[in-house]
Design a protein around this ligand. Structure first.
Ligand code: PMP
Length: 315
């Protein structure tokens, strides 16, 4: 195929992707606000250096923070997890938590001016600009980036009917390779798993750990309910210590359920009474089907109770 043909096929692929996702590329930056290394910048002009090791090597970490009614949800927990990710990779954070909070609030104020009081903020810290080699010592100063953007919420149909999941053949990176607790800029295995879900007609993928036990979804933690008992994979199974996961464990305790943080098998998923996913973006979202096995109750009674309690935290 000649070059023009190649170009043509790329363009139509792009269009097909956008048709499938319903996302108009021109509107991606609408109602978004950015902050880079101390300066608020127009999203159209928000750029980073091609020498940034975050881009060159995925050498950086991030957090996804949500705000409701103009107030950030569990900011302290997000900053603490960010500090842990940074410490694990020896990336220096040039700002104090107070400075970061002030900058985040500045973006929220801009959002509120446009009557957007509920959205999502991506906070990234990269190793910064350095030479093309991998050696992080060439990076003198970390880059800090904040992007406030509206959330792509799960549709009310998805919330009501639940998600269709598949168990991916792409495994979660294991603890002895790169701790899954580091929320790094490298999500390639999660992306591969999500692509597998899409091509098989599922909404989301479940990733197993290297030993074949359940870890988590590509960007959410997973909870399973059987005979009135709530379980979720233990952190040691190689999952991100999700902030929503921790909230759900506390809420379950408050309504009289102890959550067992344990080892789960695919059999546990196929035979569960209720299954739901948790995450900052997804909040709590029920699951109706896994690899063609219907989950008996979706949305189930325990999920409904937890979801109600969760909503009380910010409404
Ligand atoms: N697991 C992975 C791999 C994730 O990316 C996320 C989203 N950050 C979660 C779980 C859910 O974590 P949280 O509740 O903190 O958003």
């Amino acid at each position: 195929m000649n070059n023009d043909g190649d170009k043509q096929s790329c363009i139509s692929d792009d269009n097909r992707n956008h048709e499938q996702t319903g996302i108009n590329p021109k509107s991606i930056m609408n109602n978004s606000y950015c902050w880079i290394d101390g300066v608020v910048v127009n999203p159209q002009e928000a750029t980073i250096s091609v020498f940034d090791h975050g881009l060159l090597y995925g050498d950086g970490v991030f957090e996804g923070i949500r705000f409701y009614k103009g107030k950030m949800f569990r900011l302290e927990a997000h900053l603490s997890r960010l500090r842990d990710s940074l410490a694990a990779l020896s990336i220096r954070m040039p700002y104090s938590d107070t400075e970061i909070e002030a900058a985040l609030n500045k973006l929220i104020q801009l959002s509120l001016r446009e009557k957007q009081d509920n959205a999502y903020i991506r906070l990234l810290v990269t190793r910064g600009v350095g030479s093309l080699g991998i050696d992080p010592r060439s990076c003198v100063k970390s880059s800090v980036i904040m992007i406030l953007s509206p959330l792509q919420l799960a549709s009310s149909q998805e919330m009501q009917q639940g998600l269709k999941l598949m168990v991916s053949t792409v495994r979660r990176i294991s603890n002895d390779m790169l701790s899954p607790q580091i929320k790094s800029l490298n999500y390639l295995n999660n992306i591969l798993a999500r692509q597998q879900a899409t091509v098989t007609g599922a909404d989301e993928a479940i990733m197993l750990n290297a030993q074949g036990f359940v870890a988590e979804a590509s960007t959410e933690n997973i909870f399973v309910i059987k005979n009135g008992m709530i379980s979720t994979p233990a952190i040691t199974e190689g999952v991100l210590a999700g902030i929503t996961r921790a909230e759900v464990i506390k809420l379950a305790d408050a309504i009289g359920f102890e959550v067992s943080q344990t080892r789960l098998t695919v059999h546990d998923l196929y035979t569960a009474d209720e299954v739901f996913l948790t995450g900052t973006g997804a909040e709590l979202i029920p699951v109706r089907e896994i690899d063609g096995h219907l989950v008996s109750e979706c949305p189930g009674p325990i999920y409904i109770k937890l979801k109600e309690k969760f909503e009380c935290l910010f409404s």
